[in-house]
Design a protein around this ligand. Structure first.
Ligand SMILES: *Cc1c(COP(=O)(O)O)cnc(C)c1O
Length: 372
């Protein structure tokens, strides 16, 4: 069987270092907001080419805290609107509603699955305060376009980088910049299955805005900037020392794992040639780190069953669009036809960085024999 993602095998490669890092934390006697977190914050800020990084409990909280900090700083108020892609994972949208802000869904480009900049301006009202863009499946959004729209309308740009650690945006000036440094602030998830995964929950915010960073640093710790002094009614959302120590090990191998994912994607895109399968559109310039390799097909359920019968595990990201979820029944009457068709037709192929050449060849061979 070729599993969709073999986390045990991925982490086994680093087990000596992970166990040493774990022992180091146990022996330190310090388990929350200590040296491992601050070292990881420095290392991850360096990696993302930003001035600040703040470890938090998970990726959802990273986004929640960015918006909450903007509210505390008076940049936004409850009831304001935030633009977000209609086909994202629900967490991007939950972060907006959690703050009493209003998510305004905008459709993606059907080829890149990312926010279609052409559709953004018509969704902007005098209540719009931010664009929350998602580098979905690991592919960078067109940031030059989004930043110029944001500048024109005085909006904040927040990146949801939960699936895109290390992806590069090649600007109009030809310069490559890392995700997390492309807008005003960015949220990352280190959920175990993400491209940079902890051995439990974890998340981070990156930004070059010192005031925002200081506000989030207090908000994640009960709103306290100094022990027993509270500036805000904050929350408890901290990255554990143990998880920071795990992430410090895994960050060293992130680029290597990204290269492996890109090599697998390169083979899939070159060698899968079944007219029933529409391959993803991407450029070999580092702008896609392939958290997921997502194809489209009119016969999704049949293809999924066929792969499974042939020993290949696939997955659907995601089966139900956010506006059709019960939690968002208030949006149920709105129509997002691109998002709806994508949710019908998408299928994610295995793309773990530990797949062997034979695994990849098998997936390609079986994909090419699908008839129906
Ligand atoms: C995983 C994910 C999140 C949430 O991250 P958690 O760490 O699971 O809270 C947010 N946005 C996107 C796009 C994600 O894929």
């Amino acid at each position: 069987m070729i599993p969709f993602l073999d986390l045990k095998k991925i982490n086994a490669q680093y087990q000596i270092e992970l166990k040493e890092a774990c022992a180091r934390v146990i022996d330190s006697g310090w388990y929350v907001l200590g040296k491992e977190v601050s070292e990881f914050e420095t290392e991850f800020a360096t990696y993302c080419e930003t001035e600040h990084c703040l470890g938090v409990a998970n990726g959802l909280d990273a986004l929640v805290l960015i918006l909450r900090a903007y509210i505390e700083l008076g940049v936004m108020n409850k009831g304001d609107e935030v633009i977000v892609p209609s086909n994202t994972y629900i967490a991007s949208i939950l972060a907006i509603s959690e703050n009493g802000l209003v998510p305004i869904l905008v459709e993606p480009d059907i080829n890149t699955f990312n926010l279609d900049p052409k559709l953004i301006e018509q969704a902007i009202t005098d209540k719009t305060k931010a664009i929350l863009t998602v580098h979905l499946y690991g592919q960078v959004t067109d940031m030059d376009e989004i930043n110029s729209i944001a500048k024109k309308h005085h909006l904040k740009v927040i990146e949801d980088c939960a699936q895109a650690h290390g992806a590069l945006s090649i600007g109009n000036d030809g310069k490559a910049k890392k995700v997390g440094s492309l807008g005003d602030a960015a949220g990352f998830s280190f959920y175990p299955g993400k491209n940079l995964g902890a051995l439990g929950d974890g998340g981070a915010v990156t930004t070059n805005d010192s005031e925002l960073a200081a506000t989030i640093s207090a908000l994640r710790n009960y709103g306290s900037h100094e022990k027993y002094k509270n500036l805000y009614k904050g929350i408890n959302s901290r990255l554990d020392e143990i998880q920071a120590a795990m992430l410090r090990v895994k960050l060293k191998y992130l680029n290597c794992e990204i290269n492996k994912r890109q090599d697998i994607a390169t083979r899939y895109s070159a060698e899968i040639n079944n007219p029933k399968i529409k391959l993803p559109v991407w450029h070999p310039d580092g702008s896609h780190v392939f958290h997921l390799y997502v194809i489209q097909t009119q016969s999704r359920d049949e293809l999924k069953g066929y792969f499974s019968k042939n020993g290949i595990e696939t997955a659907i990201h995601y089966p139900i669009p956010p506006h059709k979820q019960k939690a968002y029944s208030s949006m149920g009457d709105l129509e997002y036809p691109i998002s709806e068709s994508l949710h019908q037709n998408l299928l994610s192929l295995p793309i773990g960085p530990n797949m062997t050449e034979k695994d990849i060849t098998d997936v390609i061979g079986i994909a090419n024999k699908f008839l129906l």
